[in-house]
Design a protein around this ligand. Structure first.
Ligand code: AMP
Ligand code: ZN
Length: 469
């Protein structure tokens, strides 16, 4: 298996630290809002990477954090007049619902930054002891970038270049830095913010330290794969390397994987630009399996532009796969027992070749685009060679092969009835009319029907409102 490693900028053969095992850390979202479909891209892709390792027989320990202390969370909490924990807990739950709808497996562990403060204090203490960090007059602790000569090795930046870029910049509140490249490990509390005791000041951690600490705690000092979106290469991952390697004295992650951006009108989708769709919004229009399939249609390192056309194409593609699987399941019921015919034996050989083609694509830096193409060829083989006259064993073999590849891609092949906004609105309209006509039995029946679909109605002065259970 080959993986493109951001560290070397080359595809490298994957050699696990421990045979048969993969230790993988993926940076998770900051939870102050519903996740957008840009955030969903790494979730879907690295879940697929995990599934492929599992398919190949590896045991994967997959850790992905939630950043639950951050300026944006605090801002939102102040706006709503609640504490930061209320905001982060709410959006962690919402994010987990979205992940389930996208068929993203829960991580082996989803650590929360606020529950790992003791580990952060310990690592910061070690860094200070070893001379890699220092405490400024106001109690802020900074990482001393110059103490780590390899700084820049992931982002391929040169410290001197960085230095000249920073020369003029003096960030208010960071006057205590020895060097403009130094970054915060621990900062003093501000009025009204959550804070923790520490040997340096009452305060809270910088963002980068949380991932170094969680990776160490749940996976160990050395891990196989560290992943996230390409916006995290610098400074986040560069800083993680500096912290972890300086504190642990060992190489941190062997392979660094970064996904390209999900764009809209060829610009990165982001909360700060406001050009985003939440997963929830897209889920109102499409089954979220379509979104997953859309993401897998491109290579993970390429930029991907979100568009209605591509989503329609994904929807049709997915439909083809699901229809083929449904047909196989029906055919299997009626199929004959008995020895495979020579044509069927040939069909099995062809399906083996296509499975091998899928694996070759995935072995080549997880080329899901080519993997999906091989899956379509398998679907075509099934549509053209399986029939009422086929042997049961032949149908079962095709069903198993297509099913296995779908499992790797995280595609559910059972047709699930997705309740769409349009459907709900139509039923509500019908119920409103029934009530106007004083047909209360019908109105109640429709309310019950909607409830069965997981939709509750609320009659308000402004009209009928509805929400999903
Ligand atoms: P954030 O909540 O912004 O820290 O992002 C969580 C994860 O989503 C990180 O791995 C980001 O790199 C990734 N991400 C954010 N926006 C996009 C985007 N438009 N396309 C792809 N990945 C993104
Ligand atoms: Zn991280």
């Amino acid at each position: 298996m080959k993986i493109f490693n951001t560290l070397s900028r080359r595809k490298e053969e994957f050699v696990p630290l421990e045979p048969g095992k993969v230790k993988m850390y993926v940076c998770g979202p900051t939870v102050y809002n519903f996740i957008h479909i840009g955030n969903a891209r790494p979730m879907i892709l690295f879940d697929t990477v995990r599934r492929y390792f599992e398919y190949k027989g590896y045991e994967v320990n997959y850790v992905s954090n939630f950043t639950d202390v951050d300026d944006k969370i605090i801002k939102k909490a102040v706006e709503e007049g609640v504490d930061a924990g209320t905001i982060s807990r709410r959006y962690i739950e919402e994010c987990k619902k979205d992940m389930a709808d996208l068929n993203v497996k829960p991580a082996t562990k989803h650590p929360l930054a606020t529950e790992e403060i003791d580990g952060m204090l310990e690592m910061i203490g070690t860094l200070i002891e070893k001379g890699h960090a220092y405490v400024a007059a106001d109690g802020t602790v900074y990482f001393r970038v110059k103490s780590f000569p390899e700084y820049g090795k992931l982002s391929h930046k040169n410290l001197d270049e960085l230095q000249s870029g920073f020369r003029e910049i003096k960030v208010t509140g960071e006057e205590g830095k020895e060097d403009p490249n130094d970054f915060v490990l621990w900062k003093p509390k501000k009025e009204g913010e959550p804070f923790w005791e520490s040997p340096w000041c009452e305060g809270r951690p910088g963002w980068h330290i949380e991932c170094s600490v969680m990776a160490k705690r749940y996976l160990g000092d050395e891990i196989d794969i560290h992943a996230g979106g390409e916006d995290l290469i610098f400074p986040h991952h560069e800083n993680e390397i500096a912290q972890s390697e300086a504190a642990n004295g060992k190489p941190f992650a062997a392979y660094w994987m970064h996904n390209g951006f999900l764009n809209i009108d060829h610009k990165k989708m982001s909360k700060s630009l406001g050009n985003f769709f939440t997963v929830r919004e897209v889920g109102e229009k499409y089954d979220l399996q379509v979104l997953r399939f859309f993401m897998l249609s491109a290579h993970y390192r390429s930029p991907l532009n979100f568009s209605a056309d591509l989503m329609e194409a994904a929807k049709n593609g997915l439909e083809r796969i699901i229809t083929a699987m449904e047909r196989l399941r029906e055919l299997k019921e009626a199929a004959k027992e008995g020895e495979l015919t020579p044509d069927e034996q040939e069909g099995i050989r062809e399906s083996d070749k296509l499975t091998a083609k899928f694996e070759a694509a995935m072995d080549d830096d997880f080329n899901t685009a080519d993997g999906v193409a091989a899956l379509f060829e398998l679907v075509k083989l099934s549509n053209t060679t399986a029939s009422e006259n086929s042997r049961k064993a032949y149908i079962a073999c095709l069903e198993e092969k297509i099913g296995q590849l779908c499992q790797v891609l995280g595609i559910i092949t059972e047709r699930k009835h997705q309740v769409l906004e349009k459907e709900v609105e139509e039923l509500i309209e019908k119920r409103t009319k029934a009530r106007k006509d004083k047909d209360f039995a019908l109105a109640d029946q429709i309310r019950g029907q909607l409830l069965d679909m997981g939709v509750v109605l609320e009659d308000t002065r402004e009209g009928v409102k509805w929400k999903r259970l």
